[in-house]
Design a binder for this molecule. Structure first.
Ligand SMILES: NC(=[NH2+])NCCC[C@H](N)C(=O)O
Length: 298
């Protein structure tokens, strides 16, 4: 008798087969942020997942933020953070630190990928004019060097993918006067996914996914069409922090990305569990005519 344990393992690998086939040579943009950036073990796991995606033939692009590192360094150099309406102001000095810290985090990620045998190249949104931006006001207030993307020039990413590198992007760009701006990493990932015609965009953050009832974690939604997502926002069913995320997801799908996934980066290998299983682990957002692979009510 063959041990059931082995059969189960084989089953898991076979379940991955159609996805390996379907997403071969397809671009998958991974927004990497949240706790999974702070914990070394989780960090290694995320990077291993991206490396695995690369090695089975997908074309991953990682877009990352600085997490708590930027605030930590602002404190370390003894700068007093300034706030307007509860939002931190990014003045010239803060911007300088943010750029240094993000570049450092970026090279750490490049090193991790390289240590796993895949060639990675780190780029900022400045390189090759990848992310062009302008000052973003927050509720009409000027909060400093915070930018919103106005244009993406994806050539640098396309060239790197063509040559089989794994691009790792940090979201800093310049405006038309070549002033430097910090860009929200979710927004940057979304704009990049649209510009490169990504098959998938996956957000790794500190939330399991979208809930039907924001107060009740047992109502995690497995698959959601764009119109349903829009409805959730209109009906006021999604919590405050989720609204901009969901809007980004809707925007990405309306601009050509096939599927967007909201995943919990605190769960080890959530990326693999989402992409290589039928049921996934987070919330998948699909086009209005998107085929649901898995019916939560079935
Ligand atoms: N949360 C979900 N229901 N995910 C389904 C994922 C299906 C498939 N593995 C994909 O990557 O598209």
């Amino acid at each position: 008798m063959v041990n059931q344990k082995y059969l189960d393992k084989a089953e898991v690998l076979i379940e991955a087969l159609p996805y390996i086939q379907r997403f071969n040579r397809k671009i998958v943009v991974i927004k990497y942020g949240g706790s999974a950036m702070l914990d070394e073990e989780l960090k290694r796991n995320v990077i291993k997942d991206a490396v695995l995606l690369k090695l089975v033939g997908f074309k991953p692009i990682i877009v990352h933020g600085g997490g708590k590192e930027i605030s930590r360094w602002v404190g370390k150099v003894g700068m007093e953070p300034r706030f307007i309406n509860g939002l931190r102001v990014t003045d010239k000095d803060t911007m300088e630190i943010a750029e240094m810290v993000l570049a450092k985090v970026n090279k750490e990620l490049v090193t991790l990928v390289e240590s796993l045998g895949v060639q990675a190249v780190g780029v900022s949104g400045k390189d090759g004019g990848l992310l062009q931006c302008r000052k973003k006001l927050s509720k009409g207030e000027d909060i400093g060097y915070v930018g919103e993307v106005t244009k993406v020039n994806p050539k640098i990413l396309q060239d790197l993918l063509e040559r089989d590198f794994l691009p790792i992007v940090f979201p800093i760009g310049f405006d038309e006067n070549f002033d430097t701006y910090n860009i929200n990493a979710d927004d940057a990932a979304c704009a990049i996914a649209e510009a490169v015609n990504a098959e998938k965009l996956a957000f790794l953050s500190d939330i399991e996914g979208v809930y039907r009832d924001a107060e009740d974690p047992s109502t995690l939604i497995s698959e959601l069409r764009v119109d349903e997502a829009q409805q959730l926002i209109t009906d006021g069913h999604v919590g405050g922090g989720m609204i901009p995320k969901l809007k980004n997801c809707i925007d990405a799908i309306e601009n050509g990305v096939n599927r967007v996934h909201i995943l919990d980066g605190r769960i080890p290998h959530s990326l693999l569990l989402e992409i290589f299983t039928n049921k996934g682990i987070g919330t998948a957002i699909l086009k209005d005519d998107g085929e649901k692979y898995y019916n939560e009510h079935a």
